[in-house]
Write a protein that binds this ligand. Structure first.
Ligand code: ZN
Length: 504
């Protein structure tokens, strides 16, 4: 029991991400980039086979020709940059459909103001770190046009889109922010009619109906709606949750506006609620379910939820690394991992090592009794990790619509670093039984389709934006391909992978 409570304490902080980070745009337009990639093997998720020895031409940031090199009669254009593709694979750029970009991982706003040099170095590097690991498109699930404009002021920056976050007023994750600031921080919160709860001053119920909230998001440029079903954890179990009819109205308004709806849901009750209300995507794995089951056991009750997910073809983001990232807060070797130095400035890594930089780990540790909070946490999380992996493996085996999303960062933690967290998530998926080909599809065409971006990205095809990767291995065969990226192509602009690393 106590273990379960400890567990929930940890997970409470995963909630914070929504808020501290809650404060996401339209993709940066290609600036007329031309490029030719010659004699490359094209691997794209809409094709069964590969296209060997192919020339790909990019004009003004878009793919204009994909032609067998032997049949390529196009005149050699003078001055167009060329990439030699012999021995390499050309694949679509990856899409992470669950990130939070407004805060620097592990830093509060106050700390950022106290350390402006650290913060600037971090903010300059973070977009490059996503690109370094092949992510040319990001979707921030809780953002605003202002936050997105700030994020997009860096160059280069992945193409980035955002959802509006629509929590129920005072529900998760708004509850973690003090009143009255929480109301200003969540412009798309929902107020249910006749709830009987008095409204805070300045909040007009009519401006927070599902219909008005969706209309405002849409005009602000959001491409999706994120809502929440979470009763709380860590001693909190009574947060208000939306009524089914509220979320049905939200889904109806969103669909009329052409926006998919995501639901934060990681319990059996929440995922069932999502299935019952017709949301499009469940934004977490299923780790809070059947707590009496043996580790990794899928009980009939859980199986029946998973079968519904398969049948309804609801999008499903496993986000397995969320749980492992909590453990990594207590991993003494984490900050000295050489991969971390590829994605974050040395100055920031050093700061994480200070007592001030450890603040979030200390908050988590304070809630865990006993002499070794890290060990207690690992014991507490093992059942949830086992359940999350087993559910993911089952869905992968049964043809569910898996979508690649990391929830980076899932809390104000340094242990979900930009880009690297996705590389770690890929390994968690492999360990859970997802195949490299499924991961490739989930991170490209499936994500593009789920967010209605498939006319723009997700495949190597004529007419699409030239967001591409040149890699040394076939990603359908091995995820090692993502460790062996040679060149990241963003809107036709070729970026040498090493040039994107931190601490070069
Ligand atoms: Zn999230």
């Amino acid at each position: 029991m106590r273990r379960e409570q400890q567990l929930r304490c940890r997970l409470r902080y995963a909630a914070l991400s929504g808020l501290l980070i809650a404060t996401a745009l339209q993709p940066e337009r290609a600036v007329g980039q031309d490029l030719r990639i010659e004699h490359v093997t094209v691997v794209s998720p809409e094709r069964r086979g590969e296209l060997p020895d192919t020339n790909v031409t990019v004009r003004e940031g878009r793919v204009v020709a994909v032609v067998a090199a032997a049949k390529d009669a196009s005149a050699q254009q003078v001055g167009v940059p060329k990439l030699e593709g012999r021995g390499l694979y050309l694949v679509p750029g990856l899409i992470d459909s669950h990130v939070h970009l407004s805060a620097i991982p592990g830093m509060t706003g106050e700390q950022e103001r106290a350390h402006p040099d650290l913060a600037q170095a971090a903010r300059d590097q973070i977009p490059r770190s996503y690109l370094y690991f092949g992510f040319t498109t990001l979707i921030d699930l809780i953002s605003t046009p202002e936050e997105m404009a700030r994020w997009k002021s860096r160059h280069p920056v992945p193409d980035t889109y955002f959802c509006g976050g629509a929590p129920l007023i005072d529900g998760y994750p708004m509850n973690y922010s003090p009143k009255p600031q929480r109301y200003a921080g969540m412009p798309y919160m929902i107020v249910e009619p006749q709830s009987g709860v008095p409204l805070p001053p300045g909040v007009d119920a009519a401006a927070h109906s599902p219909q008005t909230v969706v209309a405002r998001m849409k005009s602000d440029g959001a491409i999706c709606v994120k809502t929440f079903f979470e009763r709380g954890f860590g001693g909190v179990h009574d947060l208000p949750v939306p009524k089914p009819e509220t979320i049905r109205s939200l889904v109806q308004a969103a669909h009329a506006a052409g926006l998919p709806v995501l639901l934060h849901a990681n319990s059996a009750e929440a995922q069932t609620f999502g299935l019952d209300t017709g949301v499009d995507i469940l934004a977490h794995g299923l780790w809070n379910a059947d707590e009496t089951a043996a580790p990794g056991e899928l009980t009939p009750a859980v199986r029946s939820i998973l079968d519904r997910i398969v049948t309804a073809q609801v999008g499903w983001q496993p986000t397995l690394q969320v749980l492992h990232g909590l453990e990594d807060l207590f991993n003494p070797g984490f900050l000295s991992d050489p991969l971390l130095a590829r994605v974050l400035p040395r100055s920031l890594i050093d700061w994480y090592g200070t007592s001030e930089g450890h603040w979030f780990r200390d908050v988590v540790a304070a809630d865990i009794p006993g002499p070794d909070p890290g060990a207690s946490l690992r014991r507490g999380l093992s059942a949830e990790i086992g359940r999350a992996a087993a559910a993911t493996g089952y869905l992968a085996q049964h043809g569910a619509r898996l979508l690649f999303g990391t929830d980076t960062p899932s809390a104000p933690t340094y242990a979900n670093p930009p880009g690297l967290n996705a590389w770690l998530e890929i390994h968690r998926l492999i360990d859970a039984g997802v195949t490299p080909a499924q991961i490739f599809e989930a991170a490209t065409l499936r994500n593009a389709h789920a967010f209605k971006l498939d006319h723009e990205i997700g495949t190597v095809e004529v007419g699409k934006r030239a967001d591409l990767l040149l890699v040394r291995a076939d990603p359908r065969q091995t995820v090692q391909a993502y460790a062996e990226i040679v060149t990241v192509i963003l809107g036709g602009r070729a970026l040498d992978r090493d040039s994107l690393a931190a601490n070069r």
